[in-house]
Design a protein around this ligand. Structure first.
Ligand code: T46
Length: 177
């Protein structure tokens, strides 16, 4: 029985995963994550921490964040309430798609997650109010290794879908490449 549908993207290693829902008159059952089944999808399978964020305002942007080597982390990002435009930027200097970005709508309705390998910066914009995200990280948080990419960096040129209404001062302060 297929529990996940793997959707390749144009960035090597970056995968969208659709979580299949098995419905009945009560609602549905869905496997949220599976080390065995997702290992081949770019996940190391390890879960070092699980984070939960709530973003109340539509148009808010969080990111773009990454952890530097040797703390680069894979993230399995899901939106369980509302809808977001999720973005991953290839930060691997030797990659043929270095600084290219991929955007994907993740929502409670479409049951899609983004499997983001280490070496990518991650951020998102809310498309509705009250968006809740769950992140599975395969490495522990390493604040000393945290890096950031400015969401408006012209070198990356991300097409954010709606007007940006809210950002943290920290995110605003990231230098352009
Ligand atoms: C990432 C992280 C943060 N924190 C602490 C550090 C700060 O005191 C506080 C908020 O962190 P931050 O401002 O980085 O939260 P966001 O701006 O929502 O960033 C997150 O959203 C973007 C889109 C991401 O991809 C990152 O995974 C994550 O950093 O939580 C922790 O204690 N553990 C953690 O793993």
């Amino acid at each position: 029985m297929q529990r996940f549908r793997r959707i390749h993207t144009e960035l090597p290693g970056l995968t969208v995963v659709e979580r299949m829902q098995f419905g009945d008159e009560r609602g549905f059952f869905s496997r949220f994550f599976c080390q065995e089944e997702l290992f081949g999808f770019g996940s190391t399978g390890a879960i070092a921490q699980i984070n939960h964020t709530m973003t109340r305002t539509k148009g808010a942007v969080r990111g773009l964040h990454f952890q530097r080597s040797p703390h680069e982390e894979a993230k399995f990002v899901s939106c369980l309430a509302g809808a977001i435009f999720d973005v991953a930027v290839d930060m691997r200097p030797d990659s043929p798609t270095y600084l290219r970005w991929h955007g994907e709508v993740l929502s409670a309705e479409n049951a899609r997650s983004m499997m983001i390998p280490g070496g990518f910066a991650h951020g998102f914009q809310t498309l509705t109010e009250n968006c809740e995200l769950i992140y599975l990280h395969d490495k522990p948080f390493a604040p000393e290794a945290e890096g950031g990419l400015n969401v408006l960096d012209p070198r990356v040129n991300i097409a954010w879908p709606v007007e940006i209404t809210q950002m943290s001062e920290r995110d605003r302060s990231f230098a352009f490449i």
